[in-house]
Design a protein around this ligand. Structure first.
Ligand code: PLP
Length: 350
């Protein structure tokens, strides 16, 4: 908030050469260093965008490859970035099937492959560097949507083996409406937003200086705190243990795979995610469904459907995300509220 409000006062346009413009430019370039630091890249590789959605679109539509192969559990901003997207299946734990990727790739000279670092609904971590290696062996480019992994896993663009990588400010505590595409030097990125040539011609439009400032501050903090993010896993494990012990029928989705430390996807078969979310909200707990579309309506999760779950589970799963401010007492409070709700809902159903 401090970084954003300070930047609101820097009213110059970063493209202007007068001193006010230069002050705004300094804010943008400082943030670029911090975001580059978080991703382990030179700041020049950072292209600021209006968020993860735009960065995913820019990556897949701007990279100049005609064929687009993506895992079936990607965020909708990847799945809907083009009309000709081909899907790579995932296994029952929601991990992308690398054999299927290899078999589908063929001659990858005109292909871009996109596999996310961690799934936003289940938290399941994907074998990104192995997928990148397969893509490169076939001559394809590799894009990684790292929106959910940033700040929770150590990010290193070159270790991941990506050519393009997406980040979003609001997933690491920054403001909504700011994000970045990390683009390796060798990628000839064609702009989608054309005009004044900002961001070295890769994304025209006057920069969102306050949003970028907040993104930079959040990235700096996330880089410092990523080592302790793993501590949340103990709290998450406790939450899952207690839910399974207290709520008959509840199940943890993706439990058989490596997952982000803060995410739990819990299915309560037969009770829609929407009903669960509303009841928990009334009890003071803010949780989400797999995918909330802009109307606020909850649809069955395409991620859970891709994992082979039928609607009874895919429409009945909630996502619980923990943060640094959560405690054991929160977990107990949540389990009690969830258990009471599940009892009431079960009684109504019976
Ligand atoms: N990719 C993933 C995995 C996400 O979870 C999200 C947002 O939830 C996005 C992309 C889109 O990012 P933004 O909200 O910044 O457009």
């Amino acid at each position: 908030m401090e970084a954003v409000s300070h930047a609101l006062g820097a009213w110059g346009n970063p493209s202007s050469v007068h001193s006010y413009g230069r002050a705004a430019r300094r804010i943008v370039e400082d943030s670029r260093r911090h975001v580059g630091g978080l991703a382990g890249v030179d700041p020049a590789a950072v292209v600021f965008t209006s968020g993860g959605t735009e960065a995913n679109n820019l990556a897949l539509r701007g990279c100049g490859r005609a064929r687009i192969l993506v895992s079936a559990i990607e965020h909708l901003s990847v799945l809907e970035a083009a009309n000709n997207i081909e899907l790579i299946p995932v296994d029952e734990n929601g991990v992308v099937d690398l054999k299927a990727l290899q078999a589908t790739l063929g001659d990858g000279g005109d292909t871009v492959v996109s596999v996310m670092l961690a799934n936003n609904e289940t938290g399941v971590i994907q074998p990104v560097s192995r997928a990148a290696a397969l893509a490169h062996e076939a001559g394809a480019l590799f894009h990684c949507d790292a929106v959910q992994g940033a700040g929770r896993l150590k990010l290193d663009f070159s270790t991941l083996g990506a050519d393009l990588m997406t980040l979003s400010a609001h997933k690491i505590g920054g403001p909504k409406g700011a994000g970045a595409l990390i683009a390796a030097d060798h990628v000839q990125l064609g702009a989608i937003n054309r005009g004044g040539g900002q961001e070295r011609g890769r994304r025209s439009g006057t920069e969102n200086v306050p949003g970028i400032a907040g993104f930079g501050a959040a990235a700096e903090q996330a880089s410092a705190e990523v080592a302790s993010a793993g501590n949340l896993a103990a709290l998450r494990d406790r939450l899952e243990e207690r839910v399974l012990a207290e709520i008959p029928g509840a199940r943890i989705v993706g439990a058989g795979a490596a997952r982000l430390p803060n995410t739990s996807c819990i299915a309560l078969p037969g009770i829609s995610a929407e009903t669960q979310i509303m009841a928990l909200d009334l009890a003071g707990f803010a949780v989400s469904a797999g995918s909330a579309c802009s109307s606020g309506k909850v649809k069955p999760s395409h991620v859970l459907a891709a994992m082979g779950f039928d609607n009874d589970i895919a429409a009945c799963a909630i996502r619980v995300s923990l943060g640094a401010g959560n405690s054991e007492a929160d977990i107990e409070g949540f389990v009690a509220a969830y258990r009471d709700f599940a009892k009431r809902a079960g009684a109504t159903a019976a």
